[in-house]
Design a protein around this ligand. Structure first.
Ligand code: SF4
Length: 188
């Protein structure tokens, strides 16, 4: 798997200060995507042992709250085996640090793929938060927390997987912000 960047002490892509791995490869191709440079799976640097050690080094810092996987799409089909290995290793080495994952797939799409994809299943069983759905330009809103458009949900993965009725438990609910902004735009 290839990646474009590893950013450190990042405050914009999850709670607290985080190390962020920007993976290569995405086939969602959302119009107005801000990271279109990362779509090509063959572009960027190889995620070799040095890169993984760089991530571990950040996670060892007391101020680092955890790892965020972004891109590109970390759940791009060809990325899943490498992401599975990384997620399991990070959880084993740093059980107190959280793992947040951005993806263009919706939760429902991932659930339908999970039965036939053991890598995806193991990823979802070991991460904390999933920020899901394509970026939709007409729903773009800058005041939303951690996502770019109002359709994208921030899901508490562990709690959601425990639900037997398929109910989605949000980790952060942006809907009230989106609703408030809609009201303000009507009244202004
Ligand atoms: S899923 Fe993310 S990286 Fe992929 S095209 Fe959409 S906004 Fe861009």
């Amino acid at each position: 798997m290839r990646y474009h960047n590893i950013t450190k002490a990042d405050m914009l892509n999850g709670e607290g200060l985080r190390v962020v791995l920007w993976t290569s490869g995405c086939d969602h191709h959302c119009p107005a995507c801000q990271n279109a440079l990362t779509w090509d799976e063959n572009d960027g640097l190889l995620l070799d042992d040095d890169a993984i050690q760089e991530i571990y080094h950040e996670l060892e810092q007391s101020w680092c709250n955890g790892l965020t996987l972004s891109g590109g799409d970390p759940l791009f089909l060809k990325n899943r085996k490498t992401i599975r290995d990384l997620v399991l290793n990070v959880k084993m080495r740093y059980p107190k640090k959280t793992i947040w994952v951005y993806t263009g797939y919706t939760w429902e799409e991932l659930m339908s793929q999970m039965e036939n994809d053991s890598n995806l299943k193991e990823i979802l069983e070991h991460i904390n938060v999933l920020l899901e759905g394509k970026f939709v330009l007409k729903l773009k809103e800058e005041k939303l927390k951690y996502v770019g458009s109002a359709n994208q949900r921030i899901i508490d993965v562990e709690k959601t997987l425990q639900k037997e009725n398929g109910e989605i438990v949000l980790y952060i609910d942006n809907s009230s912000i989106a609703h408030q902004l809609k009201k303000e735009s009507i009244t202004c």
